[in-house]
Design a protein. Structure first.
Length: 284
């Protein structure tokens, strides 16, 4: 593993399990490097001898993210004062952003019931997205598709449970699949389309939007950082210069990825609130 890249990005330099390692094998890949690709997203089992491959570095990273979120909100909630200090100001500002611009504006007077989930959701996604810019991690958790699917499933359960609690199972099902005012002649077409849109497409697109942005962003970071490092180690003047430019440009990519990470956390939370709002609406 190249030294600089090994320090900055804890990559999986061996190929994914079940894929051929090439003519040099996994050890050769570790020595010579490889073009960044899907193999760069492989998980590494923390205790491979135990056979528990599910207990991997990315799961551990997600757990750390959850602990960071819990610890942060406990920290800012401790010792509240009438005149807020810097710590309290930061916590109240972040809380008010979610409360006022997402929960209250979208959900209306029922927002308090769902606010804790929205705060936790935004915080957890944001922290795990920002892990992609810290050298100890250098990997956004949600660039592994299973994690966005899990969050989308939680949001799916939330907004459907909210709708069923308000309208009853069959009442909610009717509202979700049959918009008011649709002629009976179109029911055979509208009902399957609405069912597909509200119960299948929504959670899938919610997850894929988050995953695709984080996956693509991390891949771009790998191309510039790994490629630039390999060029620096090439020994040729022209390639070394190109590698230096690549590494300098990677700082702009890191800045863009911070923006994308914050934006995707906000979008995921907004859409979750919007889906809850539509489930609680009197009619669609």
């Amino acid at each position: 593993m190249p030294g600089l890249v090994g320090l900055l990005i804890p990559l999986e330099w061996a190929v994914c399990l079940g894929e051929p390692a090439g003519e040099h094998g996994a050890e050769g890949a570790a020595e010579t490097g490889f073009p960044p690709g899907v193999a760069s997203f492989c998980s590494r089992a923390l205790f491979p001898e135990s056979g528990m491959d599910w207990l991997n570095n990315h799961l551990f990273q997600a757990v750390i993210g959850a602990l960071v979120v819990i610890g942060f909100w406990l920290w800012v909630a401790h010792g509240q004062k009438v005149v807020p200090g810097r710590k309290q100001f930061i916590g109240e500002y972040l809380y008010n952003v979610i409360r006022n611009t997402i929960a209250r504006d979208i959900l209306g007077h029922d927002y308090r019931r769902y606010l804790p989930y929205l705060v936790a959701l935004f915080s957890f996604i944001l922290v795990n997205n920002l892990f992609g810019e810290f050298f100890l991690f250098m990997f956004p958790t949600f660039s592994k598709i299973g994690y966005p699917y899990a969050l989308a499933l939680l949001s799916f359960i939330l907004y459907n449970a909210a709708g069923i609690a308000k309208s009853g199972f069959f009442g909610y099902l009717k509202k979700s699949t049959l918009p008011a005012g649709v002629p009976k002649a179109l029911w055979v077409l509208i009902i399957p389309l609405e069912f597909l849109s509200n119960f299948i497409v929504r959670p899938i697109t919610l997850a894929l939007r988050l995953f695709a942005n984080l996956f693509a962003g991390h891949l771009v970071v790998l191309v510039f950082v790994v490629g630039g490092t390999l060029l620096l180690e090439s020994g040729e003047v022209f390639l070394i210069a190109a590698g230096g430019v690549s590494l300098l440009f990677s700082f702009a990519i890191f800045g863009l990825e911070i923006f994308v990470g914050v934006l995707q956390a906000y979008i995921f939370t907004v859409l979750t609130a919007q889906y809850v709002s539509s489930a609680l609406a009197e009619e669609h």
